[in-house]
Design a protein around this ligand. Sequence first.
Ligand code: CA
Length: 220
Amino acid sequence: MRILLAEDEIALSDQIRRALAAEGHAVDVAADGIEAGHLGETEPYDLIVLDIGLPLRDGLSILKDWRGAGVATPVLILTARGSWSEKVDGLDAGADDYMTKPFHMAELAARVRVLLRRKAGFTSPVFERGDVSLDLRSGRVVRAGMIVDLTQQELAVLTYLAHNAGRMITRTELSEHIYSYDGDRDSNTIAVFVARLRKKLGSDLIVTSRGRGYMIDMPA
Ligand code: CA
Protein backbone atom coordinates (compact mmCIF):
# COMPACT_ATOMS: atom_id res chain seq x y z
CA MET A 1 0.00 0.00 0.00
CA ARG A 2 1.21 3.52 -0.69
CA ILE A 3 1.62 5.87 2.25
CA LEU A 4 2.45 9.56 2.57
CA LEU A 5 4.51 10.35 5.65
CA ALA A 6 4.56 14.06 6.55
CA GLU A 7 6.99 14.63 9.42
CA ASP A 8 9.73 17.22 9.79
CA GLU A 9 11.83 15.63 12.55
CA ILE A 10 14.32 13.79 10.39
CA ALA A 11 15.30 11.06 12.85
CA LEU A 12 11.66 10.27 13.66
CA SER A 13 10.61 10.45 10.03
CA ASP A 14 13.34 7.99 9.10
CA GLN A 15 12.32 5.63 11.88
CA ILE A 16 8.67 5.68 10.80
CA ARG A 17 9.58 5.30 7.13
CA ARG A 18 11.64 2.21 7.90
CA ALA A 19 8.91 0.71 10.07
CA LEU A 20 6.31 1.19 7.32
CA ALA A 21 8.65 -0.05 4.58
CA ALA A 22 9.31 -3.16 6.68
CA GLU A 23 5.55 -3.80 6.51
CA GLY A 24 5.83 -3.78 2.72
CA HIS A 25 4.46 -0.28 2.13
CA ALA A 26 5.74 2.18 -0.46
CA VAL A 27 6.39 5.38 1.49
CA ASP A 28 6.70 8.97 0.22
CA VAL A 29 8.19 11.42 2.72
CA ALA A 30 7.37 15.13 2.98
CA ALA A 31 9.27 17.30 5.47
CA ASP A 32 7.18 20.45 5.27
CA GLY A 33 3.53 21.42 5.10
CA ILE A 34 3.52 22.76 1.55
CA GLU A 35 5.00 19.62 0.04
CA ALA A 36 2.76 17.43 2.20
CA GLY A 37 -0.37 19.36 1.20
CA HIS A 38 0.48 19.11 -2.48
CA LEU A 39 1.38 15.40 -2.46
CA GLY A 40 -1.70 14.45 -0.44
CA GLU A 41 -3.97 16.20 -2.90
CA THR A 42 -2.36 14.94 -6.10
CA GLU A 43 -1.08 11.41 -5.41
CA PRO A 44 -3.35 8.42 -4.80
CA TYR A 45 -2.33 7.40 -1.28
CA ASP A 46 -3.90 4.56 0.65
CA LEU A 47 -3.09 6.26 3.94
CA ILE A 48 -1.45 9.44 5.22
CA VAL A 49 0.58 9.85 8.43
CA LEU A 50 0.47 13.56 9.21
CA ASP A 51 2.42 15.42 11.88
CA ILE A 52 0.35 18.36 13.15
CA GLY A 53 3.41 20.53 13.84
CA LEU A 54 4.91 20.95 10.37
CA PRO A 55 6.95 23.93 9.09
CA LEU A 56 5.50 26.27 6.43
CA ARG A 57 1.92 24.97 6.90
CA ASP A 58 0.46 23.24 9.94
CA GLY A 59 -1.04 19.78 9.62
CA LEU A 60 -4.53 20.83 10.71
CA SER A 61 -5.00 23.35 7.92
CA ILE A 62 -3.64 20.84 5.38
CA LEU A 63 -6.09 18.21 6.61
CA LYS A 64 -9.02 20.64 6.41
CA ASP A 65 -8.04 21.51 2.84
CA TRP A 66 -7.81 17.84 1.85
CA ARG A 67 -11.21 17.03 3.27
CA GLY A 68 -12.66 20.15 1.65
CA ALA A 69 -11.23 19.02 -1.68
CA GLY A 70 -12.81 15.58 -1.29
CA VAL A 71 -9.64 13.65 -0.38
CA ALA A 72 -11.09 10.73 1.61
CA THR A 73 -7.80 8.92 2.31
CA PRO A 74 -7.50 7.69 5.92
CA VAL A 75 -5.33 10.09 7.92
CA LEU A 76 -3.45 9.25 11.10
CA ILE A 77 -2.20 12.38 12.85
CA LEU A 78 0.86 12.66 15.06
CA THR A 79 0.43 15.05 17.98
CA ALA A 80 2.72 16.48 20.61
CA ARG A 81 2.63 14.97 24.06
CA GLY A 82 0.12 16.59 26.38
CA SER A 83 -1.69 18.46 23.66
CA TRP A 84 -5.20 17.04 23.98
CA SER A 85 -6.66 19.92 21.99
CA GLU A 86 -4.59 18.90 18.93
CA LYS A 87 -6.25 15.48 19.03
CA VAL A 88 -9.75 16.93 19.30
CA ASP A 89 -9.10 19.51 16.57
CA GLY A 90 -7.48 16.86 14.37
CA LEU A 91 -10.32 14.37 14.74
CA ASP A 92 -12.87 17.11 14.11
CA ALA A 93 -10.95 18.19 11.01
CA GLY A 94 -11.33 14.69 9.54
CA ALA A 95 -8.48 12.60 10.98
CA ASP A 96 -9.26 8.90 11.45
CA ASP A 97 -6.88 8.21 14.31
CA TYR A 98 -4.00 9.78 16.20
CA MET A 99 -0.73 8.87 17.88
CA THR A 100 0.81 10.93 20.66
CA LYS A 101 4.59 11.35 20.57
CA PRO A 102 6.60 9.48 21.64
CA PHE A 103 5.15 6.15 20.53
CA HIS A 104 6.27 2.65 19.69
CA MET A 105 6.68 1.86 16.00
CA ALA A 106 4.85 -1.44 16.51
CA GLU A 107 1.76 0.47 17.66
CA LEU A 108 1.92 2.83 14.70
CA ALA A 109 2.23 -0.13 12.32
CA ALA A 110 -0.77 -1.82 13.97
CA ARG A 111 -2.92 1.31 13.71
CA VAL A 112 -1.93 1.66 10.07
CA ARG A 113 -3.06 -1.93 9.42
CA VAL A 114 -6.38 -1.24 11.16
CA LEU A 115 -7.06 1.89 9.10
CA LEU A 116 -6.15 0.14 5.84
CA ARG A 117 -8.33 -2.87 6.48
CA ARG A 118 -11.23 -0.78 7.80
CA LYS A 119 -11.22 1.13 4.54
CA ALA A 120 -11.15 -2.20 2.72
CA GLY A 121 -14.09 -3.42 4.80
CA PHE A 122 -12.53 -6.39 6.54
CA THR A 123 -12.27 -6.90 10.25
CA SER A 124 -9.59 -9.57 10.56
CA PRO A 125 -5.84 -9.07 10.08
CA VAL A 126 -5.84 -12.31 8.08
CA PHE A 127 -7.29 -12.13 4.57
CA GLU A 128 -8.61 -15.47 3.32
CA ARG A 129 -9.89 -16.57 -0.04
CA GLY A 130 -10.27 -20.22 -1.00
CA ASP A 131 -7.21 -22.13 0.20
CA VAL A 132 -5.03 -18.99 0.32
CA SER A 133 -4.51 -16.82 3.38
CA LEU A 134 -2.52 -13.61 3.74
CA ASP A 135 -1.54 -12.48 7.23
CA LEU A 136 -1.29 -8.70 7.00
CA ARG A 137 0.74 -8.50 10.22
CA SER A 138 3.60 -10.67 9.03
CA GLY A 139 3.11 -10.70 5.27
CA ARG A 140 2.98 -14.48 5.52
CA VAL A 141 1.11 -16.22 2.75
CA VAL A 142 -0.15 -19.78 3.13
CA ARG A 143 -1.74 -21.94 0.47
CA ALA A 144 -3.37 -25.22 1.47
CA GLY A 145 -1.38 -25.28 4.70
CA MET A 146 1.98 -24.60 3.03
CA ILE A 147 3.91 -21.34 3.37
CA VAL A 148 4.44 -19.66 0.01
CA ASP A 149 7.53 -17.53 -0.60
CA LEU A 150 6.70 -14.25 -2.31
CA THR A 151 9.00 -11.44 -3.38
CA GLN A 152 8.33 -8.01 -1.90
CA GLN A 153 6.68 -6.84 -5.13
CA GLU A 154 4.51 -9.94 -5.41
CA LEU A 155 3.39 -9.42 -1.82
CA ALA A 156 2.67 -5.75 -2.49
CA VAL A 157 0.50 -6.63 -5.50
CA LEU A 158 -1.37 -9.33 -3.56
CA THR A 159 -1.89 -6.98 -0.61
CA TYR A 160 -3.32 -4.21 -2.80
CA LEU A 161 -5.65 -6.61 -4.62
CA ALA A 162 -6.79 -8.07 -1.27
CA HIS A 163 -7.59 -4.60 0.08
CA ASN A 164 -9.59 -3.87 -3.08
CA ALA A 165 -11.30 -7.23 -3.51
CA GLY A 166 -14.30 -7.15 -5.80
CA ARG A 167 -12.95 -4.28 -7.89
CA MET A 168 -11.09 -4.59 -11.19
CA ILE A 169 -7.67 -2.93 -10.82
CA THR A 170 -5.70 -1.70 -13.83
CA ARG A 171 -1.94 -2.17 -14.16
CA THR A 172 -1.50 1.59 -13.87
CA GLU A 173 -3.42 1.73 -10.61
CA LEU A 174 -1.41 -1.18 -9.22
CA SER A 175 1.88 0.45 -10.15
CA GLU A 176 0.76 3.70 -8.47
CA HIS A 177 0.09 1.85 -5.23
CA ILE A 178 3.07 -0.48 -4.96
CA TYR A 179 5.82 2.00 -5.89
CA SER A 180 6.76 5.24 -4.14
CA TYR A 181 6.92 8.60 -5.93
CA ASP A 182 10.51 8.17 -7.04
CA GLY A 183 10.12 4.44 -7.61
CA ASP A 184 10.79 2.92 -11.01
CA ARG A 185 7.18 2.57 -12.14
CA ASP A 186 6.84 0.22 -15.05
CA SER A 187 3.30 -1.04 -15.41
CA ASN A 188 4.53 -3.84 -17.71
CA THR A 189 6.29 -5.52 -14.81
CA ILE A 190 2.92 -5.73 -13.04
CA ALA A 191 1.84 -8.41 -15.52
CA VAL A 192 4.95 -10.39 -14.60
CA PHE A 193 4.20 -10.15 -10.86
CA VAL A 194 0.60 -11.24 -11.39
CA ALA A 195 1.66 -14.18 -13.57
CA ARG A 196 4.04 -15.33 -10.81
CA LEU A 197 1.33 -14.92 -8.16
CA ARG A 198 -1.07 -17.01 -10.22
CA LYS A 199 1.59 -19.67 -10.57
CA LYS A 200 2.33 -19.72 -6.84
CA LEU A 201 -1.21 -19.29 -5.52
CA GLY A 202 -3.33 -20.99 -8.16
CA SER A 203 -5.02 -19.47 -11.17
CA ASP A 204 -8.41 -19.10 -9.43
CA LEU A 205 -7.41 -16.45 -6.90
CA ILE A 206 -6.70 -13.55 -9.23
CA VAL A 207 -9.12 -12.99 -12.07
CA THR A 208 -7.47 -11.39 -15.09
CA SER A 209 -9.34 -9.49 -17.71
CA ARG A 210 -7.48 -8.71 -20.91
CA GLY A 211 -7.05 -5.00 -21.32
CA ARG A 212 -8.86 -4.19 -18.07
CA GLY A 213 -6.80 -5.51 -15.22
CA TYR A 214 -6.89 -7.86 -12.25
CA MET A 215 -9.22 -8.65 -9.42
CA ILE A 216 -9.61 -10.87 -6.41
CA ASP A 217 -13.28 -11.76 -6.48
CA MET A 218 -15.62 -11.47 -3.52
CA PRO A 219 -16.47 -14.84 -1.96
CA ALA A 220 -19.39 -16.57 -3.64
CA1 CA B 1 6.92 18.44 13.88
